[in-house]
Design a protein around this ligand. Structure first.
Ligand code: COA
Length: 184
């Protein structure tokens, strides 16, 4: 069996997930790092934004896989992505991600990106992002994920802020759709 068939088959029978059992932010937190090399450079000699975006999606999806305990997770939306400063070649770029909000089938992961100068050990905060993932069942339809349980008042506040932003985003999306539909 080739590796692609093996992966496809493993996604046809998903493990049973107890949806009554909430999961903490700590249980799915993920950090990954990589040294930036010449192949990562753009024409200006700094790190290409697309390289950082790919690293963010890869690292944040790990959080969604871990929280949902489901390998069938897709990226639904990059809710925000702010580049604050460029990363340089020979910086170690670290992606820190944690779950900030869980709906019925969707999950939003908050991401902070740091760049460390390996010679001086200076660490800079170079980007922030929020990425939404949706868990799918064996047939490719959205499927419920366990709830997110805060472990402190601080975590509760993060989840509430993200929930309110979701509501605002949904309202704006609805208004835009209505405006588009009402145009001749
Ligand atoms: C993401 C996707 C599964 C949503 O399918 P859908 O039929 O719109 O699903 P639903 O309307 O039932 O919504 C399911 C959930 O996704 C959320 N969602 C759907 N589209 C969204 C978007 N653009 N942004 C944020 N959330 C979104 C809904 O709010 C809902 O969340 P909830 O269950 O927590 O309330 C579907 O659009 C898709 O497969 N897109 C392509 C994904 C992909 O290929 N990604 C790139 C490679 S991984």
């Amino acid at each position: 069996m080739n590796p692609f068939e093996k992966i496809a088959r493993s996604h046809q029978t998903l493990p049973h997930v107890d949806l009554a059992q909430g999961r903490s932010i700590a249980s799915s937190r993920s950090t990954s790092s990589r040294l930036m090399e010449l192949i990562d450079a753009n024409a200006r000699g700094t790190v290409h934004g697309g390289v950082i975006m790919r690293m963010v999606d890869e690292a944040a999806s790990i959080v969604a896989f871990k929280h949902s305990q489901n390998p069938n997770v897709v990226t639904a939306k990059v809710e925000t992505f702010k580049f604050l400063a460029p990363a340089q070649i020979r910086n170690v770029v670290t992606i820190q991600c944690e779950m900030h909000y869980v709906g019925r089938t969707s999950m939003e992961v908050g991401v902070e990106v740091l760049a460390e100068d390996v010679i001086t050990s200076q660490i800079r905060h170079i980007a922030s992002s929020n990425v939404v993932y949706v868990a799918l069942d064996e047939n490719g339809n959205p499927t419920p994920v366990p709830p997110l349980v805060p472990a402190s008042q601080e975590e509760k506040a993060i989840i509430e802020r993200t929930r309110l932003r979701h509501l605002r985003r949904q309202k704006i999306d609805e208004e835009v759709t209505q405006a588009e539909e009402s145009q001749p």
